[in-house]
Design a protein around this ligand. Structure first.
Ligand code: LLP
Length: 421
């Protein structure tokens, strides 16, 4: 069910016309739907019904405090990858026993923060990290619960920059060495082994790579148990993709993913953790932008928007596709024309789409980038001294700015000119 629909010819977020929000907060802005965020969390939660499980929202996808509060209230766990994310999750009221700490380079300071504040489990990715965590835990007189992230050497068949489960990637411990590393972990008194962790990549559009990886995890779990380890949890990572292009075949649904998980891993009697980010937040958000100019180039027309690569970097970084639609619904049968859709930033990479078919657009028109709720605002920067765009949350007919646009004074005053200069 889509909560961003045309009603009376205007694109709405739930019950609110996006044109109204644009008039209030100016463009560009991100807008998220509570109903969609909620629905997507529940789809995963229901997909794993009947097994002991925790859906740990990967907050790297969208870490606005309001989104975290919503997830926490729904009963979600949170997957964090930095001390900053840990602090935000905690500040949003998520208890430590629902926070999982992932990431390939946790510092001792971050480990201490989480051990003192409460943590469900660390997903450990290397032997040096294991040694460091052991040391920190002993210095605090506690035991750190750990899962070891294994690298199953599986091709996730996704963009190379977001594939993580091949042996050449920096993530995890080669699965072939896992028994040896678990044996080492068992000798470290500051660690308590509780599970196995795997995450093979993001924006996966088929279940096959997941199933391959999870089968390897099932086999490993049995081997580890026979070695005497008490494996009670399996963290299966995130990665289920979303339909960015409405014209393309849709990726598998959470319910299909859940069925596969139960089939492959159900007999082990482990608690299942999953870490979805994109599927929860991606289609729960849009980026609204205004057309500044339509420029007639040589053999092509450019649509120059007030949003740029600093606001939504995915097209520049991963050649990612986002549907771009006008806020005012085109009349049925309107003829479309190709546009190169670009931002005002001074590099050619600041291109959102090439030869994209659009209904006729004029300067001043508003457009929405769809599927921009995940890895949008969180990856934004102030490149070209463009203020971070505001974020707005909608629930029914309620609207709130959940992060205000910084003023230029805020930006200028963030820097310091040394007295001696
Ligand atoms: N767990 C771990 C350990 C991860 O590294 C990630 C994503 C997730 C869970 C959540 O994956 P998801 O369900 O969102 O696919 N910036 C890129 C995506 C990077 C994903 C990094 N890790 C993009 O815009 O496509």
């Amino acid at each position: 069910m889509d909560h961003f629909l045309y009603r009376d010819g205007i694109l709405h977020a739930e019950d609110v016309p996006l044109t109204e929000i644009a008039a209030q907060v100016g463009t560009p802005f991100y807008c998220y739907s509570v109903a969609t965020l909620t629905r997507h969390f529940r789809l995963f939660d229901e997909a794993l019904a009947g097994t002991d499980h925790l859906v740990c929202y990967a907050m790297k996808a969208n870490s606005n405090m309001a989104v975290l509060k919503l997830m926490g209230d729904l009963g979600a766990g949170i997957d964090v990858v930095s001390g900053g994310e840990y602090r935000k999750a905690q500040a949003a009221g998520v208890p430590g026993e629902r926070i999982v700490f992932s990431g390939v380079g946790k510092t001792q300071e971050e480990m201490r923060l989480a051990l003192e504040g409460g943590i469900r489990q660390f997903n450990v990715e290397s032997e040096p990290e294991m040694a460091a965590l052991n040391e920190v835990a002993l210095s605090l007189g506690v035991q750190a619960p750990i899962a070891i992230r294994v690298n199953p050497d599986v091709d996730a068949k996704t963009h190379e920059k977001i594939a993580t489960g091949k042996s050449e990637n920096k993530f995890g411990i080669p699965i072939a060495r896992a028994r040896e590393v678990y044996a080492l972990a068992a000798t470290l008194p500051g660690l308590k082994v509780v599970g196995v962790d795997v995450h093979i990549g993001s924006q996966l559009t088929s279940l096959e790579p997941f199933e391959l990886a999870y089968s390897k995890v099932a086999e490993l779990t049995q081997a580890l148990r026979s070695d005497g380890h008490d494996i009670v949890r399996l963290d299966l990572g995130g990665g289920l993709g979303i339909p960015y292009e409405r014209s393309n075949a849709a990726p598998p649904l959470p319910v299909e993913y859940g069925e596969m998980v139960k089939r492959v891993l159900g007999d082990l009697g482990c608690e299942i953790e999953i870490e979805p980010g994109r599927l929860i937040a991606g289609n729960a958000g849009v980026l609204v932008s205004q057309v500044i100019y339509v420029k007639n180039g040589e053999g092509r027309d450019f649509l120059i928007l007030d949003a740029a690569m600093n606001d939504l970097v995915r097209p520049a970084m991963y050649a990612a596709h986002h549907d771009i639609v006008p806020l005012v619904e085109p009349a049925p049968g309107t003829e479309q024309a190709p546009y190169d859709i670009v931002g005002p930033v001074c590099e050619t990479g600041d291109t959102f789409a090439k030869s994209r078919m659009m209904p006729p657009v004029a300067a001043g028109d508003l457009v929405a980038f769809r599927s921009a709720g995940a890895y949008g605002a969180v990856m934004a920067s102030e490149y070209n001294t463009r203020p971070l765009v505001p974020e707005v949350l909608v629930s029914g007919d309620h609207v709130a700015v959940i992060r205000a646009r910084p003023s230029f004074d805020d930006i200028i005053n963030r820097d310091t000119i040394p007295e001696w200069l």
